[in-house]
Design a protein. Sequence first.
Length: 495
Amino acid sequence: MADEAAFAAQRVFEPYLRDRGFVNGRWIEAQDGRRFEVTDPSSGRAIVSVPRMGAAETRAAIAAAEAALPGWRDSTAGARAKVLKRWAALMMERQEALATLLTTEQGKPMAESRAEIAYAASFLEWFAEEGKRAYGDVIPPHRADNRIVVTKEAIGVCAGITPWNFPCAMVTRKAAPALAAGCTMVLKPAEQTPLSALALCVIAEEAGLPPGVFNVITGDGEDAPLIGKELTSNPVVRKLGFTGSTEIGKLLMAQCAPTMKRISLELGGNAPFIVFDDADLDEAVAGALLCKYRNTGQTCISANRILVQSGIHDAFVERLAAAAGQLKVGNGLDPAVSIGPLIEPAGLAKVERHVANAIDNGARPVLGGKRHELGLTFFQPTVLVGVDPKMAMCCEETFGPVAGITSFATEDEAIAIANDTPYGLASYFYTRDLARSWRVGDKLQAGIIGINTGFISTEIAPFGGIKESGIGREGSRYGLDEFLAIKYRCIGGIA
Ligand code: ADP
């Protein structure tokens, strides 16, 4: 895209562009002044540089969050809700600017960025209200002269570590329940996309969030382990919320063990997307298109294994390839584009490895299969048939615009393939048979099941996985509980 378009975009998001971390309501540099560049994956150009922070800056941020805790925690849920709702409303007022920044640092098309800003704001709005409903219990006592009362209280200072695929929504999905519950937070955004998190701080400040309640520490890939080590070992931090790879999730869980922190981990997935012969073909194709190609396939709930029953297989492949072939690849700032670049060269290399492995082992491309002529990390929308469940693309998350299709004969076979993975985040299937929809839904091992839909993300429902896809839930009332500790009072001597 021409320089002019990039400059025009920069003018739109300039008021929300910050090049420093945000701690205790102040914009701060790294102690040693080191910085790293954030680049636009659609052009390869540097947008701005931000500080490379480490353990010392993280410790200072934790201290700020600790100092801010009593004032915030001991205010009312109603008072906190006012600030969180103002924050959400201001985000929506600045939706275009925030979306433009998001597309510039992450690459997703503008329509998806606008949707992400709205999704991100929805967590603030929803948890603002839900914080008022952190009800306890009164339990009939075990002795006549006792009373039993259960209350829920803010767990304390929390840490958040977020990924690059949803640079805004993964932040508020953690911060909103934490802050609504009365906790304070130190957050480390992904090194590829820190700018959306910093823009959120600009707006939080404007909304009246007190200093120290929400803090953002930036660092590059080499700094992440140092920041992570401090966040997970510092005894002041009582809870970690993490979204990212299963590998790093396991590491952080181990690091949290010595100080016994609460954790919620949203990790990798390997979502099956099953189309039965009795599916509505149009709906199944539309669902697969969304579920596979949204965010260029870079979501942990993206369809990673598309299993199609033999009777509908050929018609489904033909329709999906035709629809995917229409998707325009390019810079997400262009309104006609619906497939952006992959986030970085390592992502491109993985996609190429998966496609090569599949083709070497007998799969056949019916669409795409190669890097896009635009260069950089752009990849063609791809459909492969004859994909075997043992191929690399069925065992690891591809995180790219590649639909690998496996044909199956029976319901039992589909369920067996679907569950043959250590992961258990999302699963999808399409059928018009009511009994089958319950039966298959019961048998699929996943925390999230999409039945006749490829879009399951909403702030009002619990998002999270089983097996090696993680622990805990985000969104919904279950998401609030993750930031609350239960206290039971036994009152004796009531004669
Ligand atoms: P991805 O493969 O999607 O980039 P990661 O799990 O590597 O997933 O990254 C998710 C988040 O975890 C990012 O913010 C990243 O900087 C952070 N991260 C990576 N390694 C560590 C680590 N050792 N300690 C703490 N955070 C880390």
